[in-house]
Design a protein around this ligand. Structure first.
Ligand SMILES: Cc1cc2nc3c(=O)[nH]c(=O)nc-3n(C[C@H](O)[C@H](O)[C@H](O)COP(=O)(O)OP(=O)(O)OC[C@H]3O[C@@H](n4cnc5c(N)ncnc54)[C@H](O)[C@@H]3O)c2cc1C
Length: 570
C-alpha cells in the first residue's frame, strides 16, 4: 500500500472510534483526510481480542455499545458497512440482591419496568411512570443537545437554583422543593421509598459515569437514568464483538476515500507559532519519522494530557493551559475486569423470570450504605474489599451473539470499580501482583448471588487498570472515560475552562477524544469535533446526508425489527 502523501487537508491523530468518526465526516464533506493510528489495528477503546484461548472473543474495553443512540449510526450508514447491533433479551439491566429478588430495567417497554417495580413498591413505580410519561418524549431532543452539540454550559450554570430541578418539580411533584441543594443520593432517598429500588437506580447512575454523591446534574440522574434505559435500550453488543464498530467505521472511511495508516504512532504535532501544521511520525512507525503536513486542521483523538504535553509539547503551552492540562483528572472512572468462559448459558435460579436472558447487571451493592462505601473507597484511593461491581457486568453476549465464543461456550464479564493508584499496596505497579487475588474476590462475590454461574466457569482472564493504560497510552491511568466524569468537568469546563473544546487555544488544532460528552460509544465526541471543524472550515453547508438526530436512526433499526419504543405507561 502506498505510504502517506506529503500533505492532506486534515490529519487525525489516533484511529479510535471518535477519531474515525471525525475523519469520515470531514472526508465525506469534501476534505482530504489521513488518520494515523499507533497500533496495528484501529479502535483501542472498541476492540475485541482472543486473549484467553482461540475462538473466545473478549471485548477488552467497551462492552455495552450505545451506538444506536447516535446520529452517526444513520448518517454514515454503519449497517451497510457491516455493523449489526444485537441484544440478548427484552430486559436490559437487572440488579440482584442476596435474597434472590431483583430490580429490573426493561430495554424498550417502560410499562414492563413499571409492572416489575410495582411488585416491589407501588409508589416508586408511580414515580417512574410519571417521570417516564413526562420526560420520555423529550429525550431525543435532550440527548441531541447534550451529547451531540458543542456544550454551552459549564458546571456553574447547571447547579443554579431555579434550573432544571425546579422545572422538573413542576412536572413531578415528588421532587422536593430544595432539590437543587441535594446530591443524587439524597434525592433518591427523598423520592424513592424502597431501599432496593434506590440502590439499583443509584448503581445504574454510577455505571453511566454519574457520581450520585454529587449535586447538579447528578442530583437528577436517579430520576432520569431509568427513563433513558427504556427510551431506547442502552444494552447492546455488535455481531462479532465490539471491534465490529471500529471495522464499520474503517470501512466507511475507506469507502469515502480516506486514508488510515496503522502501525503509525505520531510523535509530534508540528506547531508553527500558535498554529498546528502537521505531524511527525515516531521513529518506530511504519513510515519512520515521516513528516506529513495538514493544510487546514489537525484533530487529536488522544486525550488531554497526551495531546498537549506529549504531542504539542509542554514548553509550547501558555501557563494557564499547562495548569488546566495538569489539573485534568484521569482516574475517576477506573475498572478492574473479570472475563469468564462458561460451559453453559447463564442461569439465575430463584430470581424473577426474564433475568437469564437480560443483558447486564451489577452486584455487591445491597443498600445505599454500599453506594457510600464505594464513594469512600474511590475518594480515598482504597481498593473496595469486598469488591463492588457498579461498572457493569455483561452476560448477554451469550444470547445476543453466539459468534463470540466457540459452540458450547459462553462469555461473561464484570467491571469492578477501583482506584488506580493503590497507595495501600505500594503504587499502581502492584496491580500486576494483586491481579489474580482481586479477581478471586470478584468470583467469591458473584458466588454469593449465583453459585451456579461460578460453578460453570471454565476459564478466567483479568484485566487491571494498569493493563488498560499500557495498551493505550491515551487512556491515562486506565480511566474508562479518558478523563473525569464528575460535575467539575461538565460541559464547557472540559478538558479545562477556556479551552473551547473541540477547539483548542491553538489555531487549526482540535480535539475529538472525550471532550464533551465524555467517552462512550455514542461517538458523540467525534461527532461534535466533526461539526465544529466542518463549520470552521466552511464545509458543513449542503451536506444533505448529515441529518440524523439522536435516537432517530436507532429507532428506524428497531422499528424494522418490529420493536416500538417509548410507548407511555398506562
Ligand atoms: C475498560 C473500558 C470500558 C469501557 N466500557 C464502555 C462501555 O461499555 N460502553 C461505552 O459506550 N463506552 C465504554 N468505554 C469507553 C469507550 O470505549 C471509549 O469512550 C471510546 O472507545 C473512546 O474512543 P476514542 O476514539 O475517543 O479514544 P480511543 O479509543 O482511546 O482512541 C485513541 C486512539 O489513539 C491511538 N493512539 C494512542 N497514542 C497514539 C499516538 N501517539 N499516535 C497515534 N495513535 C495513537 C490509540 O491506540 C487509540 O486507538 C470503555 C472504555 C474502557 C477503557
Amino acid at each position: 500500500m502506498a505510504g502517506p502523501d506529503r500533505e492532506y487537508d486534515v490529519i487525525v491523530v489516533g484511529g479510535g472510534i471518535n477519531g474515525l468518526t471525525a475523519a469520515i465526516y470531514l472526508q465525506r464533506s469534501g476534505l482530504s483526510v489521513a488518520c494515523f493510528e499507533r497500533k496495528l489495528e484501529a479502535g483501542a477503546g472498541a476492540c475485541t481480542e482472543e486473549v484467553m484461548h482461540p475462538g473466545v472473543k473478549v471485548n477488552l474495553c467497551a462492552c455495552n455499545m450505545v451506538t444506536l443512540w447516535s446520529p452517526v449510526y444513520g448518517d454514515l450508514e454503519l449497517e451497510k458497512h457491516g455493523l449489526e447491533m444485537l441484544t440478548s433479551g427484552e430486559w436490559g439491566m437487572f440488579h440482584p440482591f442476596r435474597d434472590r429478588s431483583a430490580v429490573m430495567f426493561h430495554s424498550f417497554e417502560a410499562q414492563k419496568t413499571y409492572d416489575q417495580w410495582s411488585t416491589i413498591n407501588k409508589n416508586d413505580a408511580e414515580l417512574f411512570k410519571n417521570a417516564f410519561n413526562t420526560l420520555g418524549p423529550m429525550m431525543g431532543d435532550t440527548l441531541h443537545s447534550t451529547q451531540f452539540e458543542q456544550p454551552q454550559q459549564g458546571p456553574a450554570e447547571v447547579v443554579e437554583p431555579g434550573g432544571l430541578a425546579t422545572m422538573l418539580r413542576a412536572l413531578i411533584p415528588q421532587i422536593p422543593e430544595n432539590a437543587h441543594e441535594l446530591n443524587g443520593i439524597e434525592l433518591a432517598e427523598a423520592v424513592y421509598e424502597d431501599e432496593k429500588i434506590r440502590t439499583a437506580v443509584l448503581t445504574n447512575c454510577i455505571m453511566s459515569g454519574s457520581h450520585p454523591w454529587e449535586g447538579g446534574m447528578a442530583t437528577l440522574m436517579p430520576i432520569i437514568f431509568p427513563i433513558l434505559q427504556c427510551v431506547q435500550s442502552v444494552t447492546w453488543t455488535c455481531r462479532g464483538g465490539s471491534h465490529a464498530l471500529t471495522h464499520a467505521l474503517c470501512s466507511a472511511f475507506a469507502a469515502h476515500g480516506g486514508r488510515l495508516f496503522t502501525g503509525c504512532p505520531v510523535d509530534t504535532i508540528i506547531m508553527e507559532g500558535d498554529e498546528a501544521k502537521g505531524v511527525v511520525l515516531s521513529e518506530h512507525a511504519a513510515y519512520p519519522e515521516a513528516e506529513v503536513r495538514a493544510r487546514r486542521a489537525v484533530v487529536s483523538n488522544l486525550s488531554c494530557q497526551p495531546t498537549f504535553l506529549d504531542l504539542v509539547g509542554e514548553d509550547k503551552l501558555p501557563d494557564w493551559v499547562a495548569e488546566g492540562v495538569h489539573a485534568y483528572k484521569n482516574d475517576e472512572a477506573v475498572m478492574f475486569a473479570n472475563y469468564w468462559v462458561l460451559d453453559r448459558p447463564p442461569h439465575w435460579e430463584g430470581y424473577p423470570e426474564g433475568i437469564d436472558t437480560a443483558f447486564g447487571f451489577n452486584y455487591g451493592l445491597d443498600s445505599v450504605a454500599d453506594i457510600r462505601r464505594l464513594q469512600h473507597c474511590l475518594e480515598n484511593d482504597i481498593l473496595p474489599d469486598p469488591p463492588i461491581v457498579a461498572g457493569l457486568s455483561v452476560q448477554g453476549f451469550a444470547h445476543a451473539d453466539p459468534t463470540q465464543a466457540p459452540p458450547g461456550q459462553y462469555t461473561m464479564m464484570s467491571w469492578a470499580n477501583v482506584p488506580y493508584k493503590l497507595p495501600e499496596h505500594g503504587g499502581p505497579e502492584k496491580w500486576d501482583v494483586i491481579r489474580e487475588d482481586y479477581g478471586d474476590k470478584i468470583d467469591d462475590l458473584l458466588r454469593e448471588y449465583n453459585p451456579q454461574l461460578t460453578d460453570s466457569v471454565i476459564a478466567r482472564y483479568c484485566n487491571t487498570p494498569l493493563d488498560y493504560y499500557r495498551k493505550n497510552p491515551s487512556q491515562v491511568m486506565g480511566g474508562t472515560a479518558s478523563g473525569p466524569t464528575s460535575l467539575k468537568w461538565f460541559g464547557t469546563a472540559r478538558p479545562f475552562p477556556g479551552c473551547g473544546a473541540p477547539r483548542t487555544p491553538f489555531g487549526n488544532l482540535y480535539l475529538s477524544n472525550s471532550i464533551w460528552p465524555f467517552g462512550t460509544t455514542t461517538l458523540g465526541a467525534g461527532y461534535v469535533a466533526a461539526t465544529v471543524v466542518a463549520e470552521d472550515l466552511g464545509v458543513r453547508e449542503g451536506q444533505d446526508w448529515w441529518r440524523y438526530q439522536a435516537l432517530e436512526a436507532g429507532r428506524e433499526t428497531l422499528a424494522a425489527r418490529g420493536i416500538e419504543v417509548s410507548a407511555p405507561v398506562v
